[in-house]
Write a protein that binds this ligand. Structure first.
Ligand code: NI
Ligand code: MN
Length: 228
């Protein structure tokens, strides 16, 4: 499994032989200036919710690649209106794609598309297949008790991508509790440092996870992430 960080909450994960691109916000992000959106390969584009800092490059990447969009029903319907294929889900629902299962799970946040269109309920994704394991991409969310349902209803998580920047989402102290709720020891942090309100102290964030016996990875933008 290859994981590449594109900055903010944007990742590319090769899973089940397909390229999954999550929450692409690359072209407006100065920290991601080294990444050319037009060279990104995607079979699927997954959007956790409708906010601009998660969807701004979705249309371009999907159209460049003929990719399939996976999101909530409302966001998928919106992009279908722009000629993009998609598969809509809603909270608690899962669907088997050619790379594996995707379950759309609860997130405590808000969701509106950049042009003001209603963006459905924000969510996260739990993704798994039989050979490569299982991971959770939380999207933007507060710490929520519903996270405890994930280990009860999904395969054991190998890693999770959690927001840690505070202000718009949970901060790293709450995210470390989330790691306990989801029973996962390896966390990749996201939604930090992009804007002044989400700037964090990296050492303090890592210590908050270490105190709970967890590992927090803070990947540099544009680099592959090794889980070893
Ligand atoms: Ni958001
Ligand atoms: Mn956000």
């Amino acid at each position: 499994m290859n994981i590449t960080y594109f900055g903010h909450s944007s990742f590319q994960i090769e899973f089940g032989g397909k390229n999954l691109v999550f929450d692409p916000f690359i072209s407006p992000n100065p920290a991601a200036a080294s990444i050319d959106v037009n060279t990104i390969k995607a079979d699927y584009v997954l959007l956790s919710h409708g906010h601009a800092d998660h969807v701004v490059d979705a249309e371009r990447i999907a159209k460049n690649n003929g990719a399939t969009l996976i999101s909530n029903y409302e966001i998928v319907t919106y992009y279908q209106g722009k000629g993009i294929n998609g598969h809509g889900l809603n909270h608690g629902g899962k669907w088997k794609f050619d790379f594996g299962w995707v379950k759309y799970v609860y997130a405590t946040h808000s969701s509106v598309l950049p042009d003001g269109t209603y963006g459905g309920n924000p969510g996260g994704f739990v993704i798994w297949n039989d050979t490569e394991g299982c991971f959770y991409f939380a999207g933007d969310t507060a710490l929520t008790m519903d996270m405890k349902l994930i280990p009860q209803t999904c395969p054991k998580l190998d890693f999770a991508i959690l927001p840690i920047g505070d202000n718009f989402t949970m901060g790293y102290d709450d995210a470390a509790i989330a790691a306990e709720f989801i029973e996962c020891n390896t966390i990749i942090g996201c939604h930090f440092d992009t804007f002044p309100p989400v700037k964090i102290d990296h050492d303090a964030a890592k210590k908050a996870f270490e105190a709970k016996g967890k590992r927090l990875l803070l990947p540099p933008v544009g680099e592959g992430i090794s889980l070893k």
